[in-house]
Design a protein. Structure first.
Length: 323
């Protein structure tokens, strides 16, 4: 079995499992993406990693494998491309990822939103974009300044979309979901908008973004989306070429009065609210306005593309237990 020896290392339970090196994690993901692994192995790998949890070094290796294969957009704009992953959607509150994307585009940034439906019970940002007249791109291409480009994960890398779809079978997220939210499928400068739901993931994500020398804004998202919760002021961590800076500390408390924010979460209502905010008929939620300001501050710094690991060009590792 192609990755059996890796599964033995990571599948020994929460206490006995051993973390993979960056090169090993890259090799595992490369074999999965290249179709060299059976469905049984993929299921075992997903469950074992879900129990163990990813380390920063493993995340970098998984990222290496994906970025060696992914389709990329490019832009000739003066400002870097803002990259917004969208894989969760709305559960209780309207998803404001489309509003955030359009606010960033209004500031002159090219904006790339990528994602796919991973939870059928939620309202996806893609459904809201559709109501706003923005359709997914059929292939990677050019993004102009002040433009929002929308793309499905399957267009960027079909094998990654297939890995994400495993969740529908086993009912658990897997490392593909973690990596999907760190993708930067663009050539040249970019600013990744990263998010986390559980605070215990923050140190691992900080270490990963630092190691990858990423330009990013990291914060606690809204139900798994990168847009800020309009009722709260989260902590914002900025990264420029991997160098970390605390941009804003978290403020306690919840603002229950967000002018015009609908109580419904369906795509039509969310789209109408988004249009009203963009037209000036309703105010921009202060949390999103702060988020836009932080992204612009990072975007105006000297940009360098994310660092690539030598693991991307390394030959497949040999099974150390193979005779």
């Amino acid at each position: 079995m192609a990755i059996q020896h890796y599964i033995k290392e990571i599948g020994r339970g929460a206490r006995g499992a051993k973390a993979l090196s960056r090169l090993e994690a890259c090799d595992v993901m490369a074999q999965i993406l290249d179709g060299q692994v059976s469905d049984y192995e993929i299921g075992a790998f997903c469950i074992a990693m879900r129990i163990k949890g990813e380390t920063a070094e493993e995340m970098c290796g998984l990222w290496d494998a994906v970025h060696a294969r992914i389709a990329r957009f490019h832009s000739n704009a003066a400002l870097p491309t803002a990259v917004l992953p969208s894989y969760n959607g709305a559960r209780r509150l309207p998803t404001l990822t489309p509003l955030l994307a359009l606010l960033l585009a209004r500031e002159g940034l090219p904006v790339l939103v990528h994602g796919m439906q991973t939870e059928a019970s939620r309202v996806s940002a893609f459904a809201v974009f559709e109501r706003l007249g923005i359709s997914p791109r059929p292939q990677a291409g050019v993004i102009a300044a002040s433009e929002v480009a929308l793309v499905h994960t399957a267009t960027l890398l079909p094998a990654l979309a297939k890995l994400l779809a495993v969740r529908q079978i086993i009912g658990l997220r897997n490392p593909g979901h973690s990596i999907a939210k760190l993708l930067q499928p663009v050539q040249g400068g970019s600013v990744l908008l990263g998010s986390y739901t559980h605070p215990e993931y923050l140190p691992m994500l900080q270490a990963t973004l630092a190691e990858l020398q990423t330009n990013a804004l990291l914060s606690r998202g809204l139900e798994g989306e990168v847009c800020a919760d309009p009722r709260r002021t989260p902590q914002y961590d900025g990264f420029v070429a991997g160098q970390h800076q605390l941009l804003q500390a978290r403020s306690s408390g919840t603002d229950s009065q967000v002018p015009g924010l609908p109580t419904e979460r369906d795509a039509d209502t969310t789209a109408r609210y988004t249009e009203a905010v963009l037209a000036g008929a309703l105010p921009v939620p202060s949390a999103l306005a702060q988020q836009v300001e932080h992204v612009l501050a990072i975007a105006q710094q000297p940009q360098t593309p994310p660092a690539l690991s030598v693991a991307q060009s390394a030959p497949p590792l040999q099974d150390p237990h193979h005779d």
